[in-house]
Ligand binder design. Structure first.
Ligand SMILES: Cc1cc2nc3c(=O)[nH]c(=O)nc-3n(C[C@H](O)[C@H](O)[C@H](O)COP(=O)(O)O)c2cc1C
Length: 330
């Protein structure tokens, strides 16, 4: 059983939800975090980079490692390898649950039959879920993140959810779009609600939550047990605490002022460089910095500066520029 406080979880995002983002999200109130997706096949082939994607919860919140693949035996072996890594390196590689990716729309994932392609093959989706549940043998719970269907004609979310529940999956997160809809604006809350009423395990709703009001609306419309936030948390970890406070009936904290926003951005980039080295850290910091600066005056010029950052000092030049823009145009 996955037992989470009512609130907002950090949704898995390849290229974004690394250890640094998980750490900051957990600190600011995410009730759980999930790694970037890792290929079960790559794990079984001894790929050295894959374990690095999932090492380190990066915070105190329950942490899940996300696996993708479509072959039940390979997924089972991938799960066993993750558990072995966790046992070998309890400090560095601890995780609390394994999440199966049944939502990724990218052709390189769906082509072979993984990610959201599993929605086209509900029986196989159930077998994948059962294989992973059996492989972990109760050591950690298994969860699944899925979409509502493959396309309008293949609305299999509820069926896949039922098969996952029968297989022993402990919790589901439902992204309210079909694969065909990719990330187009607008989600189908009623389809998430349909999945929720089709199973008795906890279901978390996902899609387009960028404010407390969005979260409250989505929970009201779907009857779900919590929300998972992806893009809305980029450069905005404060959203987690705001949603948690609203759900607990407490006063919702104000959005941060510019000083705090820049301080957390600086910390985020500094920790990225610590975790990955300055060369990779600063390249990955470009998009994170742009998210933190979203909506500020001079956004286009600031974004261009973000794209050119190579060294940590460039971030301080960017911050000075942010202040100049806000004063010049005040
Ligand atoms: C850049 C990016 C990477 C993503 N990577 C993953 C992933 O690795 N695994 C997964 O299950 N979903 C992934 N997603 C989907 C998100 O978890 C989420 O379902 C989707 O963005 C909708 O939620 P949102 O509107 O809150 O962003 C990704 C989304 C984005 C934008």
């Amino acid at each position: 059983m996955v037992s989470l406080r009512r609130g907002a979880a950090l949704a898995p995002m390849a290229g974004a939800t690394d250890k640094t983002m998980r750490r900051i999200s957990a600190e600011y109130g995410a009730v759980c975090t999930v790694s970037e997706m890792v290929s079960a096949k790559a794990l079984t082939m001894g790929d050295k980079k894959s374990p690095r994607l999932v090492l380190g919860a990066g915070g105190d919140a329950p942490y899940g490692v996300q696996l993708f693949g479509h072959e039940p035996d390979v997924m089972a072996e991938g799960a066993r390898l993750l558990l072995a890594l966790r046992a070998r390196r309890p400090d560095a590689a601890h995780f609390d649950f394994i999440d199966i990716n049944m939502g990724c729309p990218a052709p390189k994932i769906t082509g072979p039959g993984a990610g959201s392609a599993l929605l086209k093959t509900p029986v196989l989706a159930g077998r994948v879920a059962r294989a992973v549940v059996d492989a972990v043998a109760g050591e950690v719970p298994v969860t699944v993140k899925l979409r509502i269907g493959w396309d309008e004609a293949t609305m299999t979310g509820a069926e896949v959810a039922r098969r996952c529940e029968e297989a022993g999956v402990a919790m589901l997160t439902v992204h309210g779009r079909t694969r065909q809809e990719m990330y187009n604006p607008g989600i189908h809350a009623e389809e998430i609600a349909h999945v929720k009423t089709s199973v008795s395990i906890p279901v978390w709703a996902n899609g387009d939550v960028a404010s407390v009001q969005n979260a409250l609306d989505l929970l009201r419309m779907t009857g779900c047990d919590g929300v998972a936030v992806g893009r809305g948390a980029m450069g905005n970890p404060w959203l987690f605490g705001q949603i948690r406070a609203a759900l607990a009936g407490e006063k919702v904290p104000e959005a941060p002022g510019l000083c705090e926003r820049l301080a957390v951005m600086r910390r985020h980039v500094s920790e990225l460089c610590e975790d990955k080295g300055e060369y990779i850290g600063m390249r990955e910091a470009r998009s994170h910095a742009a998210w933190y600066l979203h909506g500020l005056r001079g956004a286009a010029a600031l974004r261009r500066m973000c794209c050119g950052m190579e060294h940590f000092e460039d971030l301080d030049a960017l911050i000075a520029c942010v202040w100049r823009y806000q004063h010049d145009e005040a």
